[in-house]
Design a protein around this ligand. Structure first.
Ligand SMILES: O=C(CO)COP(=O)(O)O
Ligand SMILES: [Zn+2]
Length: 211
């Protein structure tokens, strides 16, 4: 059973925290959580820094509005993650600077934008495919939901990261780890980097099977 009251408070708390730390700005980014009878999302055009619990958008299992303000235009993106990942309880989409910078690179690996350079990115995020650019709110195509079955986090090309998790805290931590690792990847882009080897990655994947 989910406690809707607590989840509303958690969205407000984490939204403010992400905004205050500059992980998304203006009215960009959105958050959702799964309820027993649908989903809560941040309203479209709202600032994550100043959300009001009672104005969060509640939608049913098919995405139809139930109460609150109009939901984020990225609702199809969030619902796609929940359909593909039955254990996902939260989705966080940000325009965080370094992950978004990676999403804009012409030569990023579309199968995995984040090489395994530190253990926590392997433990908390895993491989991060890049979805082809679509305008904000537009459907991401059939490949997206197929990819989401195996990937909890993705970058949308020229737009930003989207991360799912088994709780809101888990999704936020993964989004933060993705952002910090994107920063390290860009900082070390023209340096000789030692990546974790396959054995290290397998060991971490087995030990910290988070999703
Ligand atoms: O980041 C955003 C679109 O990609 C913000 O959209 P919303 O204001 O509709 O949530
Ligand atoms: Zn966006």
């Amino acid at each position: 059973m989910t406690d809707e009251h607590e989840l509303r408070a958690a969205i407000v708390k984490w939204g403010a925290s992400l905004f205050q730390r500059g992980l998304t700005s203006g009215s960009t980014g959105n958050i959702s959580v799964r309820l027993d009878d649908g989903f809560l999302t941040t309203p479209t055009n709202s600032c994550l820094g100043f959300l009001q619990a009672e104005r969060l958008s509640k939608v049913d299992e098919t995405g139809h509005p139930v109460s609150g303000d109009k939901p984020t235009k990225e609702l199809p993106l969030h619902l796609g993650f929940y359909r593909s990942r039955p254990k996902a309880r939260a989705v966080v989409h940000l325009h965080s600077t370094y992950a978004t910078a990676l999403s804009c690179l012409a030569d990023v690996d579309p199968r995995d934008a984040i090489p395994p350079i530190t253990p926590y990115v392997v433990m908390r995020v895993g491989k991060v495919p890049v979805l082809p650019y679509v305008k904000p709110g537009a459907p991401l195509g059939p490949q997206f939901e197929i990819k989401a079955r195996d990937h909890a986090a993705m970058l949308i090309a020229n737009h930003g990261p989207v991360v799912s998790g088994k709780s809101l805290e888990d999704a936020v931590f993964a989004a933060e780890e993705l952002e910090e690792t994107a920063k390290l990847v860009l900082l070390t882009r023209h340096l000789k980097v030692r990546r974790l080897d396959e054995g290290d990655v397998d060991d971490l994947t087995v030990s910290f099977a988070l999703r």
